[in-house]
Write a protein that binds this ligand. Sequence first.
Ligand SMILES: [Cu+2]
Length: 647
Amino acid sequence: MESYGGFGLALSPKYLSPRICNHTFLSSRLSSCTIPYCTDTHSFISFLFLIMFSSFSLVSVVALAASAAASAVLPRSENTKVFARQNGNADCVQVSVSFHELRKTAWGESISLVGSIPQLGNWDPTKAIFLSASSQYTDNNPLWTTTVNMPPGTSFQYKYIQFDINGNVIWEQDPNHSYTVPNSCNAPATRTDTWQSTTGASQPTSAPGPVCTNSPTSRDCWNKDFSIDTDFDTNFPTTGRTVTYEWTITNMTMAPDGFSRSVFAINGQYPGPAIEANWGDYVQITVKNQMPNNGTSIHWHGLRQWHKNTQDGVPGISECPIAPGQQKTYTFQATQYGTSWYHSHFSCQYGDGVVGPIIVQGPATANYDIDAGPISITDWYYGTVNSLASFVAHVDAGPPTADTALINGKMVSRFGGQYERTRLQQDKKHRVRLINMSVDNHFMVSLDNHQMEVISADFVPIVPYNTTHIFLGIGQRYDVIITGNQPAGSYWFRAESQNQAGCGNNANNGNILSIFSYEGHETETPISTGSAYTQRCIDEQGLTPYWNSYVPKGEIARDMTPLDTWLNQTRGADGTLTLYWNVNGSSLNADWNKPTLDYVKKNQLNNFQQRANLIELPSSGQWVYWVIRSVPGNPYNVQVPHPIRKS
Ligand SMILES: [Cu+2]
């Protein structure tokens, strides 16, 4: 992948903790699932079968280095802003900003405040904030004041307006005032302004010009201050809105394709409920663990945890697991937009159910009429992941073959079930959010007779291109636009595990289907046929990120430190075989009772246990690239270009 691939994101700065620690450090948290060790009887897990058996060529390893460079978020001039903001107080939720305005008024006139953000009425004078004439108001000091609570970091423009005795509005002269709310709740936040007017000018100015807003014909716009042209790595809105969810995770028996098995369900659903937010919203999710025998945690796949390291949901690294009967509330800001998914990061639990989509509305690189929502694809096993993972960790053999796959949690099998159905409107453009939430299967997806216009890869808007097939690696998302330009009817949507290319095995290949139906054809079973393609185990090629990040290629090549990975087979005294996945020669054995961040909190940075497999970085506040490669010649070489499934 040339853009921020799901795997390229293994190098994302989200794993750095420059805010919290003096020593910036990384631990190999990505291998936290390779622990063939734990006391919980239902959680003995390895992710090894995620990563072991896909056979990419070594040529692709070179491609990893290249894509790592191309995909990483890099120092560019704008980044000075990022580091300046890392000193903020992460717990600071609202800052009280006092506005002081000097404006001499006649009896019966009043002053209000209006600005570019919702808290200030979005330039709508009917939603302006009234100021009070201070008790100190005198002709020499005509002071009007008000206080508005705003999230730290909010940037906005504003003006004062004067209402006359008849309610007519007089606007301040241009230019607008600008302000960014400090990141610290402790800093005094006061704006002191004087009415802007040209001497003698009495005619009012009007509200600032029309704002480019997001609509089916202007998806590149978002609002006045943000658009598809915004550098989303350094700049994002802060809406002041929080979307909240309450989830209860329970053991259930479900039959998504007619075959009954035990599932871990969120609020009784599989997949779990979608998180839906706008770009810049805060998201707050309370997770109640009602599973009797399992811990849990929720990780927000690929979502940057800006100043929210503790909300990343990785047991043993950023938190202790949520024990049975307990709950945790996660809070973070959606600083990116697009499509992702969340999943339990407790062992391999997500393979048994604790997964769901994340949708963050924002601008897009092409127009569409209808958001048709997520199409999530998961490989599906009739045995529980727990039992399969234990098999994988201790047997020198390939991963188990998936029994089938589910599309939005549905499939047809000899046991029953039904196909997921997506509705299309004639001549309309539908945004479909493709997500591969699998454990071991990479899929090629297509919709019979229709092209897909690809607009986003993971959280990266890309220059749109048309294709009939998309390779969807594990964890990856592609947002595509499908136009209803074919004869009205029903068409098969196909997901095929790339068995022949060695990219997962699925016993139901060829029959992993859902249905897209035009209006009026919602009960039809399609008779359409798919088009030919060659199976492969290679990511989408030639993607061009819309926002072209500057990458100092030479610097990266000079400073690059490769981390080698391979599998290690050991045999215990009792003859038990165990596979470990090593990074740099050793493997992480995360301690759920003592997460990495606890060392940081307690300033025990010199006390890390060997099992933490810690890699210490020389300096904080710097971007660091990891080029993770499998080692040619090693007997247990993981021959994949991305041996780490970025979780
Ligand atoms: Cu993930």
